[in-house]
Design a protein around this ligand. Structure first.
Ligand code: VGL
Ligand code: ZN
Length: 204
């Protein structure tokens, strides 16, 4: 998309931007911290137009099945209530952000923010038709959230400048981007959001 006009049917969904996915965290994602300032700019644009912001968080029990000691593939991360599960202090989520916790039961993995949550119902109840998705990680929770958003009837847009991949296998992130496009998701960068008109009436 080259230029997007935000409307009252739009929402921002910040996926799993949590300390454990940042470079110092237990499941460190390369460049994970770099999404924070960019997401802050998206957040400012959405809140400036009184559009809702949603944030998912991985919120695992300490013995979650996705953790290596319990048969999973990941180091323990985002344990509910821990420091690592918190949103980074630099992430400027608005006070009224709708927080969606996921993968909260021991025996179930859930990458998508829609899986095992009421996210779709809450978006629909708010009149949302198009969801702009950024955060971590491109190849897991962003990809699966885009897939589910489309499957559940939303228009889905991913924020290419505000996502990073864990890349368990090299190229996973690039493959996920291609897959999201194949599924019909559009992608934008921050400069694609039309915003100049309101602040600079003579901007062209
Ligand atoms: C995620 C790996 C494990 C993610 C969550 O948020 O993409 N990745 N749990
Ligand atoms: Zn997880």
């Amino acid at each position: 998309m080259r230029s997007v006009q935000l409307t009252s049917r739009d929402a921002l969904l910040v996926v799993d931007v949590q300390n454990d996915f940042l470079p110092e965290g237990s499941l460190a994602v390369a460049g994970g911290d770099e999404v924070v300032p960019v997401l802050n700019r998206y957040i400012a644009l959405f809140t400036g137009l009184h559009l809702p912001v949603y944030a998912t968080r991985d919120w695992h029990p300490a013995n979650h099945c996705s953790f290596k000691p319990y048969g999973g593939i990941w180091p323990p991360h985002c344990i509910a209530g821990s420091r690592g599960a918190e949103f980074p202090a630099a992430l400027q989520l608005p006070r009224d952000t709708v927080i969606i916790s996921k993968a909260t039961s021991v025996e179930k993995e859930a990458y998508s923010g829609f899986e095992g949550t009421d996210l779709a119902e809450r978006l629909r109840a708010a009149g949302v038709e198009r969801v702009f998705i950024g955060g971590l990680t491109t190849d897991y929770c962003v990809l699966t959230s885009i897939t589910d958003a489309i499957r559940k009837g939303f228009e889905a847009v991913f924020l290419v400048d505000a996502i990073r991949a864990v890349n368990v296998h090299p190229g996973d992130g690039a493959a996920a981007v291609a897959e999201m496009r194949r599924q019909g998701a559009h992608s934008i960068v921050i400069a694609d959001i039309a915003q100049a008109q309101s602040t600079h009436p003579d901007a062209r």
